[in-house]
Design a protein around this ligand. Structure first.
Ligand code: UN1
Length: 503
């Protein structure tokens, strides 16, 4: 019997208008959960409920809210294995990675539980005597958080944990194909002592979510929109929020470059390219897009990289593998379309292409009815090429050669994304010149493009986002607004700019 799950608003199950079946991508015949989908009315009502609950939640002292975050962390930790197993079952993420993802929720809670005792404001000197100036962080109100399913629990926690800690209420709309994992995480969060209505979960399709969000923004019940997903949808979310004069925190796609300098440790670079190109089947926003390798080491790198990719373990995500299946049918279809386009135009250096089946196996593995795909490396991608410019969100990596570091930086910036990037070099000057020139929000030196830590700013520029940053103390600026206060105890009307004290 698969799970039956529905939206939860104000602590109560909400009405559904449709049903979605979330299936296991490693065994597509297995239904993981039957998900009741709500409509725009439920979404808008959830935002009104959240607004109501937020008033009381904001009055709870921040250190006490921090204690609730501490309980969330402990509950998630105590249930880490079952949550990770569910993530593996529902989206096909290898178990070790799924466990790491759950660990990232705990890390996020660890960081923010202490923030409850800080959430610092400032004292600021006044230009007039007997007057004190202060700043306070105030909660924004209600955050509508819409998340993707490739990181079904860790990435949502980057929004939920700081938003709640700062005194906001949340309406969370996770991706349908990761609904069971999201629902399990929601239950753990709720069990930690959050009052009803402070955190709500709504399952809905894209069209109903947009309509519901538009209405809620119009009614003034949502003050912040958090979105992780494609650049295309992010643009629409940003426009919608902007039309209502509200701001969005957008964490979008990436076409993340890796530059390999002639002095690089090539084995280390190959290992990094393998992990960030094909780990999670290339379905991270931080996945490697293109390796930009110096012409003097191009052939050597390509040979070692292609060999490593051919030998990598792809298979049952419950086992010790580099990657399992693609997330869901929708992603598999998009990737297939991409492969159809690629094949007549490019030389694949890794062997077979397409879905792994009995007729197109990978070694002894025939993929069963799972959404498994052969990993693909393509050499000689040109800057005007789709493969060079577009995010693929699948197991494919392009390789291209360069002559000078300036040229490599130009190539790295060309696709117009700007999330993550990496350089392999043993020369510190190269690393710093790259950091300065690359437009990415994140730069790795001798490490892959994936694997951000929970307390460093995470986010991108250009098509990767609107410059907002998540994680660490930087995300506090997403979920609080600065309030300035001045207190005049001179007993007379002192006029700023006009009554400046003389010396
Ligand atoms: C994403 O794919 O949306 O840095 C986030 C990483 C992960 C997060 C990826 N910790 O690769």
């Amino acid at each position: 019997m698969s799970r039956q799950i529905v939206s939860v608003v104000g602590g109560k199950d909400a009405a559904s208008v449709d049903t979605y079946e979330s299936t296991n991508p490693a065994r597509t015949g297995d239904v993981v959960a039957s998900v009741g989908l709500a409509d725009a009315d439920v979404f808008a009502a959830a935002c009104r409920t959240a607004k109501e609950a937020q008033r009381e939640w904001a009055k709870v002292p921040a250190p006490v809210r921090g204690r609730v975050i501490a309980s969330i962390g402990r509950l998630v930790e105590a249930n880490a294995e079952s949550l990770a197993r569910l993530v593996t079952e529902e989206i096909g993420k290898p178990y070790a990675e799924a466990l790491g993802e759950v660990r990232e929720i705990v890390d996020t809670c660890d960081f923010f539980l202490g923030e409850g005792r800080r959430l610092y404001g400032q004292t600021v000197p006044s230009e007039m005597p007997d007057k004190n100036l202060f700043t306070f962080r105030t909660p924004v109100g209600v955050a509508a958080v819409i998340t993707a399913g490739n990181f079904p629990v860790a990435v949502p926690s980057w929004y939920l944990v700081p938003a709640l800690l700062c005194g906001n209420a949340v309406v969370w709309k996770p991706a349908e194909y990761s609904a069971a994992s999201a629902h399990a995480m929601f239950r753990l969060f709720s069990a930690a002592g959050l009052p009803d209505g402070v955190l709500n979960i709504v399952f809905a399709d894209g069209a109903e979510t947009f309509r519901g969000l538009d209405r809620a923004l119009g009614e003034g019940t949502v003050q912040k929109v958090g979105f992780t997903g494609s650049s295309e949808v992010g643009r629409r979310i940003g426009e919608l929020a902007g039309r209502h004069l509200q701001s969005a925190c957008l964490e979008l796609g990436g076409k993340n470059p890796m530059v390999v300098m002639p002095d690089a440790d090539l084995d280390l670079a190959v290992e990094g390219a393998l992990f960030s190109g094909f780990g999670t089947a290339g379905q991270r926003c931080t996945s490697l897009g293109t390796v930009i390798v110096h012409e003097s080491v191009h052939d050597e790198f390509l040979e070692r990289f292609a060999r490593a990719v051919r030998e990598a373990e792809i298979g049952d995500p419950a086992g010790d593998v580099l990657a399992g299946p693609l997330l869901d049918r929708k992603f598999a279809e998009r990737f297939e379309e991409y492969l159809t386009w690629i094949q007549p135009h490019h030389t694949v250096v890794t062997g077979p292409v397409g879905r792994i089946t009995e007729d197109n196996p990978r070694g002894g593995f025939d993929g069963g009815d799972g959404l498994y795909y052969h990993p693909v490396v393509v050499d000689g991608v040109r800057p005007d090429d789709r493969l060079f410019l577009e995010e693929t969100f699948g197991p494919i990596v392009g390789v291209t050669a360069f002559r000078t570091l300036d040229e490599a930086i130009e190539l790295a910036n060309l696709p117009g994304y700007g999330l993550s990037s990496s350089i392999y070099t043993t020369d510190a000057a190269n690393a710093f010149r790259f950091r300065e020139g690359v437009s990415a929000g994140m730069v790795s030196v001798n490490n892959s493009t994936s694997g951000a830590e929970a307390h460093l700013p995470f986010g991108g520029n250009g098509k990767s986002g609107n410059g907002s940053r998540q994680s660490g103390m930087w995300v506090l600026d997403q979920f609080t607004r600065w309030q300035a206060m001045n207190w005049d105890h001179s007993g007379r009307l002192q006029k700023a700019q006009m009554d400046v004290a003389e010396i």
